[in-house]
Design a protein around this ligand. Structure first.
Ligand SMILES: [Zn+2]
Ligand SMILES: [Zn+2]
Length: 339
């Protein structure tokens, strides 16, 4: 079968590899659509220390069930499914308290283990989710970045009526803002790229701020009536944005950190105490795929607006290269097996 393989950083191609067979307690899926994620670009660039090579990339994978365990009753051949790509051990401390998303022994498809940019993939039964018929193939993989965004909002315990500043209008930030809106909260997007702010407004995000061309602090002060934001979702990983989050957040506020910074960042920790902040990391997600798929099916979150383009499977290597060279030109690309 054909697969998108990284031999080593910077060296990506379609390779013929032995056909994947169904493993015990797993489901064999014929892949139909595959999202390209930031972590795939990181693997291509060689900047993700978790990736080993050679590696088939891809963790946002949707397809049709081909083969199942004999005792399977919930799914049948031909069913449309999405893979939950975070394979956890189930026995470590975080797993024992339900935080399987930060399992000590986590293996993610396309990062630690072979990914799904291939004709077939075999995946554990309990990490396979049935997809509503109304979601077209090219949009199904978007449920994965949506669960990342949903988890960031969940970590912050956002409630209706609260102001949620979101720093970074990439796909996670834009999805988090839409999810916050669906909960009745008031998202405020902060991003230095005007095109991203324009897209945010198209998605009915009520407030957008460019922190380079305007005074973001006084704007947030005005929007929140002087309180500042009860919640900040940091979705950029940018050092300045992480520092600003401490100022954007209200006293007794909550910050959820979902962006991955590239290096250590000095922060005024006295303000954590003075404002009595709750600061939480947010990584992957746990148990949120069914809701994510439902939000997309019901049109509560517009994932189509984030799609820059779809490409055919065979064009994935060149597309990964193009995104790596000009990341600003792409928000989201999904590859398909010509559907
Ligand atoms: Zn992803
Ligand atoms: Zn574990």
């Amino acid at each position: 079968m054909k697969a998108v393989q990284l031999k080593n950083p910077g060296n990506i191609s379609i390779e013929d590899i032995p056909q994947t067979l169904r493993a015990k307690d797993e489901i064999l899926v014929k892949v139909r659509s595959m999202g390209i994620c930031g972590s795939d670009i990181g693997a291509y660039r060689g900047v993700n220390p978790l990736v080993t090579y050679p590696r088939i990339i891809g963790h946002e994978i949707a397809g049709e069930v081909v083969e199942l365990p004999e005792n399977e009753t919930g799914l049948k051949a031909g069913d449309r499914v999405l893979l939950e790509p975070y394979v956890y051990c189930g026995t470590c401390y975080p797993c024992s308290i339900g935080h399987t998303n930060c399992c000590e022994n986590l293996t993610v498809r396309g990062v630690h283990i072979e990914g799904g940019m291939a004709e077939y993939v075999s995946h554990p039964r309990h990490l396979i989710h049935k997809v509503p018929d109304s979601i077209p193939w090219h949009l199904v993989p978007m449920a994965e970045p949506l669960v990342i965004a949903m988890h960031a909002i969940r970590q912050s315990e956002t409630r209706a009526g609260e102001h949620v500043v979101i720093t970074g209008a990439g796909q996670i930030g834009l999805l988090a803002a839409q999810y916050a809106l669906s909960l009745g909260a008031v998202p405020i997007i902060v991003d230095p790229v005007d095109e991203r702010l324009a897209l945010s407004r198209k998605l009915d995000i009520p407030h957008t701020i460019n922190p380079v061309s305007s005074d973001s602090l006084s704007e947030i002060w005005a929007i929140t009536g002087g309180r500042m934001a009860e919640v900040v979702i940091e979705a950029s990983g940018d050092a300045r944005a992480i520092r600003s989050a401490i100022d954007y957040v209200s006293y007794a506020g909550r910050i959820s950190l979902v962006g991955w910074p590239k290096s250590d960042i000095p922060l005024p920790t006295a303000l954590f105490t003075k404002k009595e902040l709750t600061i939480r990391g947010s990584r992957n997600s746990a148990g949120q795929f069914p809701e994510s798929l439902r939000l997309i099916a019901e049109g509560k979150v517009n994932v189509a607006a984030l799609l820059t383009q779809t490409v055919s499977f065979l064009d994935l290597p060149n597309t990964v290269k193009a995104i790596s060279e000009h990341p600003e030109k792409f928000l989201k690309v999904v590859g398909t097996f010509d559907i």
